[in-house]
Design a protein around this ligand. Structure first.
Ligand SMILES: N[C@@H](CCC(=O)N[C@@H](CS)C(=O)NCC(=O)O)C(=O)O
Length: 213
C-alpha cells in the first residue's frame, strides 16, 4: 500500500492526501515531523521535508512531483487539466503558491503558531506586518485577477484550486484572514475550496491533529 510520510497541518502533505482521497487510492500515513533531523528519514528524503511518498520501489519527495506522479499513474478522476495551456497554468499556480506565496504564509504560521508553541518565544509582529502589509498584497492582487467569478480555475475542482488556497489555510490557522473587501474573488474561492468534500475531510483531520476541534 502507498505510504505518505508527513503530518497533518502541512500544506504540502494536505495536497497529497487530498489527491489520494480524490482518486480513491488506498494509503497509509507514516507520522513524520518536519525539522526533526531524523537520520532514518533523511535516507529516504535527504531534504528532510514532508511529504515523501513510497509506492512499491518508488520513493518520491515534493508535493508537486508526487501529485504529478499520482496523476500519471492514476489518471481518473483527473486533478490536472488536459488542455495544454491550462495544464501549464496549473503548473504555474502550483509553483507560485507552493513556493513564494507558501513561504510567506509559512512565516506567519511559524511566528504565530510554532514559535510560541515549540520555542516558547513571542511572535515577531514586525516581520508579520511586513508580510501581511507589503509582501502578500501584490500576490493576492495577482491571484484575484486570475480567479473566476464562480466555480474553479478550470471548471471542476482540481489541484490548482487547492494549491492557490492551501497557504492561506495555514495563514488562517495563525490568525491571518484574506480581506474579502480587497480580494473578493479570492476570498470566495478560499471558502469554496474548503467546502470541497475531499478538502473538508482532510481539514477536519487537521483540526483534530492541531487540537482545534
Ligand atoms: N516543495 C516541497 C516543500 C515541502 C516543505 O517545505 N515541507 C515543510 C513542512 S510544511 C517541511 O518539511 N519543512 C522542513 C524543512 O524545511 O526542513 C513540497 O512541495 O513538498
Amino acid at each position: 500500500m502507498i505510504k505518505v510520510y508527513g503530518v497533518h497541518g502541512s500544506p504540502y502533505v494536505r495536497k497529497v492526501l487530498v489527491a489520494l482521497d480524490y482518486k480513491n487510492i488506498p494509503f497509509e500515513i507514516v507520522p513524520q515531523m518536519p525539522f526533526s533531523g531524523d537520520k532514518e528519514y533523511l535516507k529516504i528524503n535527504p531534504l528532510g521535508k514532508v511529504p515523501t511518498l513510497v509506492d512499491g520501489d518508488l520513493t518520491l519527495g515534493d508535493s508537486k512531483v508526487i501529485c504529478r506522479y499520482l496523476e500519471n499513474a492514476y489518471p481518473e478522476p483527473a486533478l490536472y487539466p488536459q488542455n495544454l495551456t491550462e495544464n501549464a497554468m496549473a503548473d504555474w499556480y502550483e509553483d507560485l503558491c507552493g513556493g513564494h506565496v507558501a513561504d510567506l504564509a509559512a512565516a506567519i504560521f511559524f511566528q504565530r503558531f510554532m514559535r510560541p508553541l515549540a520555542f516558547k518565544q513571542d511572535p515577531d509582529e514586525e516581520l508579520i506586518s511586513k508580510i501581511t502589509e507589503k509582501k502578500l498584497p501584490p500576490m493576492l492582487d495577482y491571484l484575484e485577477s486570475e480567479m473566476p467569478e464562480e466555480g474553479f480555475l478550470f471548471g471542476d475542482f482540481m489541484m490548482a484550486d487547492l494549491s492557490v488556497v492551501s497557504p492561506f489555510i495555514n495563514a488562517a490557522y495563525a490568525g491571518y484572514e484574506v480581506d474579502s473587501s480587497k480580494w473578493p474573488k479570492f476570498a470566495a474561492m478560499f471558502s469554496r475550496v474548503k467546502e470541497v468534500s475531499w478538502v473538508k475531510k482532510v481539514l477536519e483531520q487537521e483540526a483534530k491533529a492541531l487540537g482545534m476541534s
